[in-house]
Design a protein around this ligand. Sequence first.
Ligand code: 5GP
Length: 214
Amino acid sequence: MSSKPLRHSAQPVEAEESGPLAKIVVISGPSGCGKTTLHKALLASPLLRGKLVKSISATTRKKRPGERPGKDYLFLSTKMFEGRIKKGYFLEWEKVFDHYYGTPKEEALELLKKGVNVLLCIDVKGAKTVAQEFPQALKIFIKAPSLKILESRLKSRGSESKESLGLRLKVARRELKEAKHYDHVVINADLNKALGKLQQIVCHELGIVNSLSH
Ligand code: 5GP
């Protein structure tokens, strides 16, 4: 999809009323690396509340138990998603694991204009597109300590069929090669330590004073 032209300003969006420039923060990492748990904890941290807001992606994959439509994802039919692609609704979109995933453009740009940093939890290809359009985006890659550990985490999640598990591991190997293009890599061996590291990076890069790191 990266070859498609995007119809919006490529540069960091200047906040209204000459406020500080807001940034896009991209988090990627293989399925099962813990990025969902980590990004939710990151958003809940008092230092970042109201300063970093997650963009809700649209997807054509089925809702998992416990997921809330409009909060975790916008669940769309393939027809609706493709219609929105044509209308230029997405900042970026990709097919991941045979389903469409995309970042709605309007909402993200509005937040940036208001001076609110926007968090995107997207795959490595989508991250590349965003980085081309927003060179100052902060890119963080999360990974499990090893492929073996990633595999056992995916298995213990119990949500994947054997086929889907194999596919996720294959894609993980490919995605891990992209880690070098990210500004930071966080290894999620211990959830609390990884969260601390993530908070430290994000606060530092967004210029938010992090008393936890002193
Ligand atoms: P899951 O189905 O496990 O929630 O997500 C599968 C993959 O799709 C993950 O790597 C996730 O980061 C990625 N993803 C989720 N939303 C988006 C999006 O809006 N754009 C892109 N490019 N990838 C996404």
